[in-house]
Ligand binder design. Structure first.
Ligand code: PSU
Ligand code: MN
Length: 305
């Protein structure tokens, strides 16, 4: 049985030459940022990876196939497409079977990356336990995927719209290693410090790669979450954002926003309420994560026996 994978020419070449490859998701393009900043960001992030000596593989579903790496034209189509499904573990196969364009979340991107033998994936922020989850049960499928699928995810932390202490508790229960890169504090996406301490700390890309490879050697399933603090110049302090997040969340509650719409709604409202400041920070942090992911992907190849 062959997998429904289509590799871009750039990724075909990287696989043939043993060049490190970094997976990128597509939900951030279709549901995380407005056009045209989404397209600009996707290109900038891919270029960061190339400049750091690796090859980017942006993953999306098109024409009933999992595309591993998008051409410039495909990236443009995706960035402007309407009615793209936001895919997670639950709906990936149905989208492939029924056709249509699908964007992969962290969870679905991890699944597709693992099928393509890609071990490192850069994004902005993972999903997690939403505020009020004790009522709504809204816990992102990203968390369970980290427990399941052997991909190291480089993110700037769970998005600060989430309940971070509960997110850390669930990750611990699921047995997911959570590192902060270069600091003890657990970062909070737009802010470098959530006020919580990360369970683990890594100071080099080599340590992250070695830990990943050791888990494989031990036969432990699942990946790793590496939280990389946003660069100081681009951060929005947590205290500045807290009341704005509270406002956006109460609007979402009042409007009855639920399910997959919650995260895109909150991100869009924060963008509006901060006059674009959260988007500027979001772009900076994804680029920063792409650079670290490329370094980890290089170390992963260097450290593979
Ligand atoms: N990172 C960003 N912006 C985003 C996302 C990540 O900077 O929009 C996406 C990812 O695809 C992640 C999803 O998996 O948000 C989380 O959605 P949910 O909370 O519905 O699981
Ligand atoms: Mn959810």
């Amino acid at each position: 049985m062959t997998l429904p994978l289509t590799f871009s020419p750039e990724v075909v070449e990287a696989r043939a030459n043993g060049t490190p490859i970094v997976a990128l998701e597509s939900t951030i393009i279709t549901h995380g940022m407005p056009y045209p900043q989404n397209l600009d960001t996707a290109r900038l992030v891919e270029d960061e990876i190339r400049e750091a000596g690796a090859v980017p593989a942006t993953i999306a579903i098109m024409d009933g196939r999992i595309q591993i790496g998008l051409t410039e034209t495909e990236l443009e189509v995706l960035a402007q497409a309407q009615d793209v499904s936001k895919l997670s573990r639950a709906d990936l196969a149905a989208c492939l079977a029924m056709g249509g364009v699908g964007a992969t979340t962290v969870a679905a991107t991890m699944i597709c990356a693992a099928m393509a033998d890609i071990k490192v994936f850069a994004t902005g922020g993972i999903g997690g336990v939403h505020k009020g989850a004790e009522e709504t049960f809204d816990i992102s499928a990203d968390l369970r995927e980290l427990a399941h699928t052997p991909v190291s995810v480089i993110a700037a932390g769970p998005k600060a719209i989430l309940d971070l202490p509960k997110t850390l508790e669930v990750l611990e229960t699921l047995g997911v290693p959570v590192f902060a890169y270069g600091q003890d504090a657990f970062p909070a996406f737009w802010s470098r410090d959530s006020g919580l301490t990360a369970p683990l700390r890594a100071d080099t890309a080599a340590q992250i790669a070695q830990s990943h490879l050791m888990r494989t050697r031990l036969g432990l399933p699942g990946g790793q979450l590496v939280t990389n603090p946003i660069p100081l110049a681009d951060e929005i302090p947590a205290a500045t954002l807290a009341p704005i997040i509270a406002q956006a969340q109460s609007e979402a509650d009042a409007k009855g926003i639920s399910g997959k719409q919650v995260t895109p709604f909150l991100l869009q409202r924060l963008f509006e309420l901060t006059d674009g400041a959260t988007l500027t920070s979001n772009i900076a942090l994804v680029r920063n994560n792409a650079r670290l992911a490329a370094a980890v992907a290089r170390e992963m190849i260097a450290g593979t026996p």
